[in-house]
Design a protein around this ligand. Structure first.
Ligand SMILES: [Zn+2]
Length: 322
């Protein structure tokens, strides 16, 4: 395998790969214990030679479909949906940068990077090197395409692998981040333990996920969408994918539950940010109005009140590996 032309932090990653079957260190992408040869197909390193878990196969299919659906790029750029989603994305990325103390030149692992929507936004804010890991090749291919278009391909390295059994040696990354993925895995505790294992000592792990405490409010979503479609010009759902199977593992956490998981995995100085209070699936013109700077300021302001912040849409929990 040729490492020439790859950015330096990435050659360190490629020489510290392990076999997901037996955790044996790989030499030239081959495992000397079980004989499995891993490799790169069209720019993506493949580490899922087999998946025995039916639920995981279903999740992989689901995200392949989502990857192909082109997500946000399908939505006209001036629609309110788009602007509210951009606001949500920018807000969560800034909270992760702050929580995980992300800075230029760091080597970051993004677990469950999907089609790279938050990852690319992070890379525009900080000059970092990102290793993206996802179960779905469909989503990773889309990520790669977008990174090429935005001239950021050289700063990413993509792996199709299992988040609960990552092909990386311990203590490899400066920071490990994850956006909206922990709610989709079978074993969230194993997911966090893996994030901690591959993070270096003194590095940070930061996870963004929906806040379960706000769930009763989300039940009002259909009512709100109905109202919004009456006063809006173009009501249009953000993701239109025919026949998309339901996520087999979907579950949400409260801030207390997530803090508990972090501390149980040995992370220290665990901190939580509470983000976004108003609905995000809002069509134009209401969504456009709700994306204006004063509304964004209002949302960050109300989050200062302990009673209100329990009902934020999103949580960002961060902790340091000691
Ligand atoms: Zn092996």
């Amino acid at each position: 395998m040729v490492l020439f032309g790859r950015k330096k932090p990435f050659s360190k990653v490629l020489s510290n790969l392990i076999c997901p079957r037996d955790q044996n260190q790989l030499t030239d992408f081959q495992c000397s214990k079980c004989g499995t040869k891993y490799g790169e197909v069209r720019g993506i390193f493949r580490f899922l030679p087999e998946i025995r878990d039916e639920g995981k196969t279903q999740e992989q299919k689901r995200y392949d479909m989502l990857g192909r659906a082109r997500r946000l790029d399908d939505v006209e750029p001036h629609g309110g949906f788009y602007q509210r989603k951009i606001l949500l994305n920018e807000t969560r990325v800034s909270a992760v940068i702050q929580g995980a103390r992300i800075d230029n030149d760091q080597l970051i692992l993004d677990v469950g990077c999907g089609s790279g929507f938050p990852t690319l936004s992070l890379m525009k804010k900080k000059e970092v090197y990102v290793v993206g890991l996802d179960i779905s090749v469909g989503a990773l291919e889309f990520f790669q395409e977008k990174a090429l278009k935005e001239k950021m391909r050289k700063r990413i390295l993509l792996f199709q692998a299992d988040a609960e059994n990552m092909p990386f040696a311990a203590d490899l990354f400066d920071r490990v981040v994850s956006f909206s993925s922990i709610e989709h895995v079978p074993n969230p505790d194993v997911f966090i333990e893996e994030c901690v294992r591959v993070c270096r000592r003194g590095g940070y792990v930061s996870v963004c996920t929906p806040n379960r405490t706000a769930d009763p409010l989300r039940q009002l979503k259909p009512v709100f969408l109905k109202f919004a479609s009456v006063i809006s010009q173009k009501p249009r759902p953000i993701i239109e994918v025919q026949g998309l199977p339901l996520s087999p593992y979907h579950k949400e956490f409260t801030d207390k539950e997530l803090n508990f998981l972090f501390e149980k995995s040995g992370l220290e100085d665990v901190s939580t940010s509470f983000l976004i209070y108003l609905p995000t699936g809002v069509p134009h013109p209401l969504g456009t109005f709700m994306s204006l700077p004063p509304i964004a300021y209002f949302e960050s302001f109300v989050g200062k009140f302990p009673f209100v912040r329990r009902f934020s849409s999103l949580l960002v929990v961060s902790g340091r590996k000691c």
